[in-house]
Structures are given as C-alpha cells and as structure tokens.
Design a protein around this ligand. Structure first.
Ligand code: CMX
Length: 133
C-alpha cells in the first residue's frame, strides 16, 4: 500500500471550546479552522503540528459515532488517519486481503479529503482512517 504520513489523529471530545483551553492556551497549538460534517454528525477542529494535525471531534447528535464512543469509552483518541496517494487502489488491495472495511468506497470527509474507515476488528483495535488529500 502506498502510504505517506500520519495525516491526523482524531480525538473525541465533549466540547471543542473546552478542549481548546488545553490545546491552544496551555500547549500553544493553534486551531486553524472548524467544520461540521453533517453526515457524520460531528464538528471538527484542526490543529496542525508540522506535517500532521490533531483533529478534535465533537458530536452534534446523540446518534453520532463520536457520541457513542464517548459514552462507552470516554473522551480520548478515536482514530488514526494515514494519508495515501490512491485511496481506491488501497481499498481494493485491503478488500482483496480480507480486511474488514467500514467504507468500501471513498467518501468526502472534513477539509475536502476523500476518506474511508477500516474496522478496528481488522487492525488490532485501532479505528483506522485512510485519507487522500
Ligand atoms: N477505536 C477502537 N475500537 C473501537 C472504536 C474506536 N474508535 N469504536 C468502536 N470500537 C470497537 C468497540 O469497542 C467494539 O469492540 P468489542 O466488540 O471488542 O467491544 C467494536 O469496535 C464494535 O463496536 P460497536 O460499539 O459494536 O460498534 P459501533 O456501532 O459503535 O461502531 C464503528 C463502531 C467503528 C464501526 C463505527 O463507529 C464507525 O463506523 N466509525 C466510522 C465513522 C466514524 O467514526 N465517524 C466519526 C468521525 C468522522 C470524521 O472523522 O469525519
């Protein structure tokens, strides 16, 4: 698979405003933008750190995967995203290898990236996102 860098680390939070007190004020890492992803029922905030980003994820509905995650496990790291050059080819390769895909075809994610999730049951317990910018 043709991977490049860790694109971002997704962190589930109850409140982006509350979390930014730590990330921006304490750590000095500035948020460069927020975006609501309607179909995922989340608002995201991006904090670039060199070539990668921290993505804070706040649920906008109780139905959101992020709300369910926080209810079960509490706030914390929700997923890791790896940047790939050719997402469709990666998904075909993973499917061929018997990997359990959550998204069999790429879909539009935050920041205009095309993304797809891989199920934690196939990755040793990590929710993995593949992202093509
Ligand atoms: N990381 C690691 N493991 C996770 C997980 C996560 N984020 N979320 C769920 N799991 C584990 C559960 O603990 C459970 O394990 P066990 O069976 O050992 O208990 C297993 O996965 C199945 O979990 P579940 O609660 O039965 O299933 P859910 O209905 O919660 O669905 C998942 C889990 C990952 C399939 C679902 O959240 C999903 O499709 N996620 C992809 C979309 C997404 O996360 N969107 C939000 C972010 C959007 C964005 O970044 O733009």
């Amino acid at each position: 698979m043709n991977t490049s860098v860790i694109d971002h680390i997704g962190i589930a939070v109850k409140s982006i405003d509350d979390s930014l007190k730590f990330w921006e004020t304490t750590l000095g890492i500035k948020c460069t933008g927020r975006e609501t992803v309607e179909d995922q029922k989340v608002t995201t905030a991006f904090l670039p750190i060199r070539d990668t980003e921290v993505e804070l994820l706040e649920p906008t509905s109780e139905e959101s995967a992020i709300a369910k995650f926080i209810e079960k496990k509490g706030e914390g790291i929700h997923h890791i995203a790896i940047r790939v050059d050719n997402l469709e080819a990666c998904l075909a390769e993973l499917k061929e290898s018997g990997v359990r895909l959550i998204d069999e075809t790429p879909r539009l994610g935050a920041g205009g990236a095309m993304i797809a999730f891989v199920h934690p049951k196939s990755t040793g317990g990590i929710l993995l996102e593949l992202s093509q910018r």
